[in-house]
Write a protein that binds this ligand. Structure first.
Ligand code: DGL
Length: 308
């Protein structure tokens, strides 16, 4: 009976590798299966039905591969299809990126603005700002994620009024490798200037798309140029920590009752390789672009076909 959990990490493409990057040091004993559905990317410009169909078939592939836990490391799939994936995966647990991202925004102290509306717990639950409360969090994401309003709802449940802005050009620019390019700088400047205009209470910028952390230096520089040094957060680290909190229970549920319980530090090192990578389109491009997201070279990437 295996005692090292296998964690399936799914994204529409490369971006979820930023979540895997945060997971690897936190969970050195886990095995990882990573699937990038690059043939059907981008998800962010598609309908809910299509996104759910793609995401569920991708999740099934990881479950068939032996995943004991699924991490939906894609904002668009989390926003539009988390419930569909959970139904398909039951009883395997499925974690998305939006709740951890929203919680990270709550934990992040404002860099600039006056303190946000107090959110002290009340007997009737967390405060939910009315629709007229001035926004404090700006979420940038794909058109599908923004349309779902999943971030707005998650943040409002935490007492944080938010606005969202769709940035449809950013995923293609990152896919093109324009990570430090004047064209990308100009697009980011236009998006930020539009979103920030008339919103003086904004203190946090939440990057609600897996591709955007790669543009972090451009976001920081542009905010500084606009004299709006908002606090910048993304959900990769927060998601990895949420996964880590699930691991002890998962590990003990996998434990053979006849073998003594091992502490995590007593577990043997995982047999190499701890990560197996799958993509549904050009594995060469996946390995090349993916190394930017993962922060290290990728080993062999397996090409798979999930249909249309
Ligand atoms: N992974 C998607 C997200 O985080 C971005 C890429 C896409 O649109 O498929 O929203």
């Amino acid at each position: 009976v295996p005692t090292q959990p296998t964690i399936g990490v799914f994204d529409s493409g490369f971006g979820g590798l930023t979540v895997l990057r945060a997971l690897l040091p936190l969970l050195p004993h886990a095995r990882f299966l990573y699937l990038g559905d690059t043939a059907r990317l981008p998800y962010g410009s598609k309908s809910r039905e299509t996104i759910a169909r793609y995401a569920v078939s991708s999740a099934r592939f990881l479950l068939d591969g032996g995943a004991d836990l699924l991490v939906i490391a894609c904002n668009t799939a989390t926003a539009l299809a988390l419930e569909d994936i959970r139904i398909a995966a039951a009883p395997i647990a499925v974690l998305g990126v939006i709740e951890p991202g929203a919680l990270a925004a709550l934990a992040a102290p404002p860099a600039l603005a006056p303190p946000p509306t107090p959110t002290a717990p009340s007997p009737s639950g967390p405060l939910i700002p009315g629709p007229s409360a001035p926004p404090e969090i700006l979420v940038l994401a794909t058109p599908a994620t923004v349309q779902s309003r999943a971030y707005t709802h998650a943040l409002h449940r935490l007492g944080l009024p938010a606005i969202e802005k769709a940035c449809p050009l950013l995923v293609p620019l990152v896919e093109e490798g324009w990570i430090d390019h004047p064209g990308t700088r100009e697009v980011v400047r236009i998006y930020l200037a539009e979103a920030l205009a008339g919103q003086p209470r904004l203190h946090t910028l939440l990057l609600g798309c897996t591709h955007y952390p790669l543009l972090r230096p451009i976001f920081e520089q542009t905010l500084a140029n606009l004299n709006r040094p908002l606090r910048l957060i993304d959900s990769a680290d927060a998601t990895a920590h949420t996964v880590a909190t699930h691991l002890p229970a998962l590990t003990s549920s996998l434990q053979d009752p006849n073998t003594p319980v091992q502490t995590p530090t007593a577990l043997p090192q995982p047999a190499p390789p701890p990560c197996t990578f799958y993509a549904t389109d050009s594995v060469e491009k996946f390995a090349q672009l993916g190394s930017h997201f993962l922060g290290q070279p990728l080993p062999h990437v397996h090409l798979i076909d999930l249909g249309g």
